[in-house]
Design a binder for this molecule. Structure first.
Ligand SMILES: *Cc1c(COP(=O)(O)O)cnc(C)c1O
Length: 397
C-alpha cells in the first residue's frame, strides 16, 4: 500500500478533523490484519466455503469466435451474492470485528453494496445500517427488501439530489458522530485513504486467481485484461493481478450511455477533470465552475460522477486504458452472452463484454483476453425488459 494514500496527483485524505483519527485507526488495523496469518486464513476460508471461491475462469467459445481471439470470462457472477462486491464486504466486516467495532454502516446506490454489506453483517453478527438516496429507495424495492431480510436497517436520505453521492455524504456524517463503535464499509475503490487501497486489496483475489488460472489453462499471460468501471473496484481487483506484467494491456470500460440503470457512473476517466470529492482527489465530471454534473440522475447508481484515484493515475501514466460502451452496446452484449453462452451477465459487466465485441479482430486467434464478468444479471431483469420494449429488439451477431 502507498502509505500516504497518493496515486500520483490523486488520492489522499480530504476529510474533517473528526474523521482523521478514525481513518488512521482503520489504516493501522488493516496494515496489521493483512500481515496476520490468522486473519488471512479466516478470510480465505469464508471466501472459499461461504462465498464459493475460487470462481472459474471460463473460455467462452461463442464470444471467442465473435472476437477472433480466446476470450476467458472471470466468473465473479458465480460468487455468493451474485457479484464481486462480496469479496470486499466480507473483508471489511471481518476487519470491523477484529477492530472490536459493534456495528456496520454503508452507503448504497442501486442497492447492491447495501445488500452485500447486510449479508456480511448477518454472517458475522454485526448490526447494519445502510444509507440510501430516497429516490433510490423508491426505485430499488427488491434490494431494500433483501437488505431488510438480512436484518439491516435502511435509511432514506433526502438531502441534495437524494442519490448515491448524498448517501455517501450522509454515511460519512453519521460515521463522524459514532466513530468509536462504528465501522464504515465503503463500497468501491474510492473515498479517503485508506479505502482505495484497502478495497483494492480485498478485490485483488480476482486478478491473482485469474493470473494463475490463465497460466494453467494456456501456459501464457493474456494479451489484455478487461473490466467495467463504476467506482473502479472490480477493475482494480482484476488489474492488480497484472500490474507488474507490462505485456498485459489493462482496459477499463465506462458507461457512455444514458437512461439505463447500469450501475456504472458515466465516462469520468474519458471526460473528467481533477477535483476533490468524498475525501479524495480524483477525476470528476464537473462544469467550468467546478459544479458536479449530474447527467445520469434519471437512474440509480449512474449518478455518482467520479472514480477511484488509482484508475485516474493509471490513466495518466498510460499503464491502463479507458474506453466507453453505450447502453445499446451493453444491451446487445448482454443478449449475446445470454443467447450464445447461456450466461446472463449484469448490465455493468455487459459493458466489458461490449468492448470485446466492439474490438473483434484486434487480437490474433492465438492470443487470449480475460474479461471480468463482475456480476449476474438477475437484478437487472426489469430494466432490461423495459429497455427492450422501448427499443427495437437488437440484432444478435
Ligand atoms: C457495483 C457493481 C459494479 C461497479 O462497481 P465497481 O466498484 O466499479 O466494480 C460493477 N459490476 C457489478 C456487477 C456491480 O454490482
Amino acid at each position: 500500500m502507498n502509505l500516504d494514500g497518493r496515486f500520483g496527483r490523486y488520492g489522499g485524505r480530504f476529510v474533517s478533523e473528526l474523521l482523521v483519527g478514525a481513518l488512521h485507526e482503520l489504516e493501522e488495523a488493516w496494515l496489521a490484519a493483512r500481515q496476520d496469518p490468522a486473519f488471512r486464513a479466516e478470510l480465505a476460508l469464508l471466501l472459499k466455503d461461504y462465498a464459493g471461491r475460487p470462481t472459474p475462469l471460463y473460455r467462452a467459445p461463442a464470444l471467442s469466435a465473435a472476437a477472433g481471439c480466446q476470450v476467458f470470462l472471470k466468473r465473479e457472477d458465480l460468487l455468493h451474492g451474485g457479484a464481486h462486491k462480496t469479496n470486499n464486504t466480507l473483508g471489511q466486516a471481518l476487519l470491523a470485528k477484529r477492530m472490536g467495532k459493534k456495528r456496520l454502516i454503508a452507503e448504497t446506490g442501486a442497492g447492491q453494496h447495501g445488500v452485500a454489506t447486510a449479508m456480511a453483517g448477518a454472517l458475522l453478527g454485526l448490526p447494519v445500517t445502510v444509507y440510501m438516496g430516497a429516490k433510490d429507495v423508491a426505485r430499488q424495492h427488491p434490494n431494500v427488501l433483501r437488505m431488510e431480510l438480512f436484518g439491516a436497517e435502511v435509511v432514506a436520505v433526502s438531502a441534495g439530489s437524494a442519490s448515491l453521492k448524498d448517501a455517501i455524504n450522509e454515511a460519512l456524517r453519521q460515521w463522524t458522530e459514532r466513530v468509536a463503535d462504528t465501522f464504515y464499509v465503503f463500497g468501491t475503490a474510492a473515498g479517503p485513504h485508506p479505502y482505495p487501497s484497502l478495497v483494492r486489496d480485498f478485490q485483488e483475489v480476482i486478478g491473482l486467481e485469474a493470473r494463475e488460472q490463465i497460466l494453467a489453462q494456456t501456459g501464457q499471460l493474456p494479451a489484455a485484461a478487461v473490466a467495467c468501471v463504476g467506482g473502479g473496484s472490480n477493475a482494480i481487483g482484476l488489474f492488480a493481478g497484472f500490474l507488474n506484467d507490462p505485456e498485459v494491456a489493462l482496459i477499463g470500460v465506462e458507461a457512455g450511455g444514458h437512461g439505463l440503470d447500469t450501475g456504472l457512473h458515466g465516462a469520468t476517466l474519458t471526460l473528467g477533470s481533477p477535483g476533490v470529492i468524498h475525501g479524495m482527489r480524483t477525476l470528476l465530471l464537473q462544469d467550468d465552475d467546478g459544479q458536479l454534473l449530474e447527467a445520469h440522475s434519471i437512474s440509480a447508481g449512474l449518478d455518482y460522477p467520479s472514480v477511484g484515484p488509482q484508475h485516474a493515475h493509471l490513466r495518466d501514466t498510460g499503464r491502463a486504458h479507458y474506453a466507453t460502451a453505450t447502453d445499446a452496446e451493453a444491451l446487445a452484449a448482454l443478449q449475446f452472452l445470454a443467447r450464445k453462452e447461456g450466461i446472463l451477465p449484469a448490465l455493468e459487466s455487459s459493458h466489458a463484454v461490449a468492448w470485446m465485441l466492439a474490438n473483434a479482430g484486434r487480437f490474433s486467434p492465438d492470443q487470449s483476453v480475460i474479461v471480468n464478468l463482475s456480476g449476474r444479471g438477475d437484478k437487472d431483469l426489469a430494466h432490461v425488459g423495459e429497455a427492450l420494449r422501448r427499443n427495437q429488439p437488437l440484432e444478435v451477431a
